[in-house]
Design a protein around this ligand. Structure first.
Ligand code: KG4
Ligand code: ZN
Length: 338
């Protein structure tokens, strides 16, 4: 018997609803929040207010695009954490009310697990999903993890950032350059015209698979401060080379640990996930390494790299099959272990 799941994502600044039937995607609607642009980062209070405004129209549209009504939904999946508490609360409360009124089960989902399992959403474009076990480099604005994935619901974080996330490093350094938020995609664009070897910035030396980006941010800031003293137009004159050199440093930090993990575990199935996996430099670095060392790589469709409810719905599907349900006492968790 097929199962139709409505997934809800509201952990940060995107309100999203998606419908899947078994593993097949029927709809995936995402409402971003422009309101944060003026502040150079996500403002939690504004995010939860925007979720409240968006959630009903977004769910309505997702059902409409799937040509379904609320009575066709068998179960609800929602992001329980990690994320901004006020934002998570909107999705969680909505799902509780929906589940209660329709008498259907709820499945709570870990947002990070969702990013990893986005690879298993089936669309008309789907080719092949990674085979277990695989390594997943999960890099976004809020998280940077290296995950060993043994099965759909059996994952282990083997490495992670000890301070800023990779996307945060892109965004914070972009802000220092005077670029708008989120700076990651703009740095990516500027970098394509720049020389990545022009400037060098400090890289951390950490044991194991953990990494750090706060030193890079500081070194970037001090470097620009010194250069601007000599030439107030330094950033404008060198923005492509600055972006390319910054991007190369972030990618080198990520790739060093990924290469080490592949070597140590012998696992050559390598997947990318999270917003930063949209970065063209990172994609190229992974593909180049894959070619050289015979890795099999999996890079999701762009719409599944950033926050979306399709990844929550698919994770809900795998949990549903195992009978892993939440009850009405469930509460969101700002920090949530795997
Ligand atoms: O997964 P996501 O939408 O949200 C979080 O869960 O954090 O990721 C957003 C992050 C932002 O930091 C953004 O700057 C970064 O992904 N990002 C990129 C690119 N596209 C998005 N960073 C570098 N290059 C890109 N092309
Ligand atoms: Zn995310």
């Amino acid at each position: 018997m097929s199962i139709t799941i409505l997934g809800i994502e509201s952990s940060c600044d995107d309100t999203s609803a998606a419908v899947i039937r078994d593993r097949q995607l029927l709809s995936n609607v995402i409402a971003g929040q422009e309101v944060h642009k003026a502040y150079g980062g996500v403002v939690p209070e504004l995010a939860s207010r925007a979720h409240q405004q968006n959630i009903i129209p977004v769910v309505h549209r997702a059902l409409e695009l799937a040509s379904l009504s609320a009575s066709d939904i068998d179960a609800l999946a929602f992001t329980r954490g990690p994320g901004l508490l006020g934002s998570l609360l909107v999705g969680t409360s909505f799902v509780k009310g929906f589940a209660l009124s329709r008498g259907i089960p709820m499945v709570d989902v870990n947002h990070l697990q969702g990013h990893v399992l986005a690879h298993f959403v089936q669309t008309e474009k789907t080719t092949e999903a990674p085979a277990f076990p695989f390594l997943c480099l999960l890099v976004s604005g809020g998280h940077s993890q290296l995950v060993l994935v043994r099965d759909y619901l059996d994952m282990e974080i083997i490495g992670q950032t000890i301070d800023d996330a990779a996307g945060e490093a892109f965004d914070k350094c972009a802000k220092v350059m005077g670029l708008p938020y989120p700076g990651g995609p703009i740095v990516d664009k500027l970098a394509s015209e720049g020389d990545p070897k022009r400037f060098t910035f400090s890289k951390p030396r950490l044991e194991g698979y953990n990494y750090s980006f706060s030193g890079l941010k500081t070194s970037f800031l001090y470097f620009l401060r010194d250069e601007l003293k000599n030439d107030p137009d330094f950033i404008e004159k060198n923005k492509n080379d600055l972006a390319a050199s910054l991007q190369k440093t972030i990618i080198d930090i990520l790739m060093d640990k990924l290469k080490k993990a592949v070597k140590d575990t012998g696992i050559k199935e390598v997947a990318l996930a999270g917003g930063v996996s949209a970065n063209s430099g990172l994609r190229n670095a992974v593909l180049k390494e894959a070619d050289k060392r015979h890795w099999k790589t999996f890079i999701p469709e762009f719409r599944f790299t950033t926050d979306n409810a399709a990844m929550i719905a698919i994770t809900g599907y795998f949990k549903y099959r195992q009978g892993l349900f939440a009850d009405q006492s469930v509460t969101p968790l700002a920090r949530m272990p795997f």
